[in-house]
Design a protein. Structure first.
Length: 81
């Protein structure tokens, strides 16, 4: 009887160790996937930021058209009256 219980205890410990090992592997896979996802999001945000920065640099490089700006403001004011 004692030998049977000892064998059951060893099996239970082996099964428990296998479950813990499987959980560690699954957690590592999820962690790697999350890191990959974060890197993809960062790359997309950086790309959008660079595009916006380039657009603003183009706008900043243009010579301002003050007369045209005043005309557009007057037109907008007339439409809102």
């Amino acid at each position: 009887m004692i030998a049977l219980l000892g064998g059951l205890k060893a099996r239970a410990l082996a099964i428990g160790a296998a479950i813990v090992a499987a959980l560690v592997v699954v957690a590592a896979i999820f962690r790697a996937g999350a890191k990959s996802g974060r890197n993809e999001v960062r790359a997309a945000v950086n790309e959008a930021t660079n595009e916006t920065r380039e657009k603003w640099n183009e706008i900043a490089a243009e010579r301002p058209d003050f007369d045209g700006s005043v005309g557009r403001l007057r037109d907008r004011s007339r439409r809102n009256d």
